[in-house]
Design a protein around this ligand. Structure first.
Ligand code: UTP
Length: 300
C-alpha cells in the first residue's frame, strides 16, 4: 500500500448519549469549539492530508451535518446584501471547491465497524482514512495528525493507527495495542484488544480516532460478528487484518482532546480560547477572575 489516501470516512451515526439532552437535536459532531463545529476541525485535517472525497456516515436524524456542508443560498444572499464579506467567506469556505462530500446512511447504530463498512461502496479498492471528529487533535503550527499518518502509510505501505499513552487506570475506555519496539514514531502492532481492564491490558498505548486503513478491512468487517457491547467493532476487524498485512501504531505529534466527554470539550474550548488571536487576553483575564473568586491561589 504505497498509494496516497484520497478518501476520508467520518462515522457520525452514533447516538452521542454522553451529551444528552443537547444531542437530542444537535449531533455531537456539531458541538462547537469557539465558532467551528467539531466536524469542521476533522474535515480541515483530512483536506490538509490530501483527501478530496469526504464520506459522512450519518443516521436519519443527523440532517444538520449534511445541511452544514450544503450551500446556504439564503444566508449567503443576506450576508452579501449586508456587505458582510468576512462572514460570507466563512460560510462559503466550509469546503474548498475541489472537495466533494458524500453522505451514506447507517440505518441502525450497530457499531463503529459497521459504520465504516457502510462507506465501502464509495471507498472501493484503495487505502482510506477514518476520522472520529470527537477526537480533536491540535498540532499548533505543525502538520495535522492525519497528514503525518498519511506520510507514514505512503512510506511504509502499512495501515496506520494513531495511538497515545494513557494512564493505566484508563485502559478500559480504549482499544489498547501491544507493539514491536518503536522506530521513531511507529511500531508494528502485534495485538489489539478492545477496552481491557488495567490488570490485563497488554500496554498503556491507546487507539485514538484516526486510522489509515487498507481496503482489505471491508471483507473482514463483513465477517466480523458483534463484539464488546454487542456492536461490530472496528478493533476486531483490525485484529484480523494484522494477520494478513502490516498494521502500525503511530504516536502522532500534537495534543488530543477527547471531546466525546464533558471535560474534554471544556479543555479544548479553554485551550483554543487561550490561543485565539482575538479572545486570548479576555479569556485569560476571565479565567484568572473566576479562579480568584473561587479562592484558588496557586494553579500548581
Ligand atoms: P462513541 O463510542 O463515541 O459513541 O462512537 P457515540 O454514540 O458517538 O457517543 P456516546 O458514547 O453515546 O456518548 C465513536 C464514533 O463512532 C461513531 C460515532 O458517531 C463516533 O464518531 N459511531 C458509533 C457510528 O457512526 N455508528 C455506530 O453505530 C456507533
Amino acid at each position: 500500500m504505497t498509494q496516497r489516501i484520497r478518501k476520508a470516512v467520518f462515522p457520525v451515526a452514533g447516538l452521542g448519549t454522553r451529551f444528552l439532552p443537547a444531542t437530542k437535536t444537535v449531533p455531537k459532531e456539531m458541538l462547537p469549539i469557539i465558532d467551528k463545529p467539531l466536524i469542521q476541525y476533522a474535515v480541515d485535517e483530512a483536506i490538509e492530508a490530501g483527501c478530496d472525497t469526504l464520506i459522512f456516515v450519518t443516521n436519519r436524524y443527523k440532517h444538520s451535518v449534511a445541511d452544514y456542508f450544503d450551500k446556504a443560498y439564503e444566508l449567503e444572499q443576506k450576508l452579501e446584501r449586508a456587505g458582510k464579506t468576512e462572514q460570507l467567506e466563512l460560510v462559503r469556505n466550509v469546503l474548498p471547491p475541489h472537495v466533494r462530500a458524500v453522505f451514506v446512511t447507517q440505518a441502525e447504530a450497530l457499531g463503529l465497524g459497521h459504520a465504516v463498512l457502510c462507506a465501502k461502496p464509495i471507498v472501493g479498492d484503495e487505502p482510506f482514512a477514518v476520522l472520529l471528529p470527537d477526537d480533536l487533535i491540535w498540532n499548533r503550527g505543525g502538520a495535522g495528525a492525519l497528514a503525518q499518518m498519511a506520510d507514514a502509510a505512503e512510506a511504509s505501505g502499512a495501515s496506520i493507527i494513531a495511538v497515545q499513552d494513557v494512564p493505566r487506570d484508563q485502559t478500559g475506555s480504549y482499544g489498547i495495542v501491544a507493539t514491536e519496539p518503536f522506530g521513531g514514531r511507529s511500531g508494528r502492532i502485534t495485538a489489539i484488544v478492545e477496552k481491557p481492564k488495567p490488570d490485563v491490558a497488554p500496554s498503556t498505548l491507546a487507539v485514538v480516532g484516526r486510522y489509515v486503513l487498507d481496503s482489505r478491512i471491508f471483507p473482514l468487517l463483513e465477517s466480523t460478528t458483534p463484539g464488546a457491547g454487542g456492536e461490530i467493532q472496528l478493533t476486531d476487524a483490525i485484529a484480523t487484518l494484522m494477520a494478513e498485512s502490516q498494521v502500525h501504531a503511530y504516536r502522532f505529534q500534537g495534543t488530543r482532546f477527547d471531546c466525546g466527554t464533558h471535560i474534554g470539550l471544556i479543555e479544548a474550548t479553554i485551550r483554543y480560547a487561550l490561543d485565539h488571536e482575538k479572545l486570548s487576553d479576555a479569556a485569560r483575564t476571565m479565567m484568572q477572575d473566576a479562579l480568584s473568586e473561587l479562592g484558588v491561589q496557586d494553579l500548581q
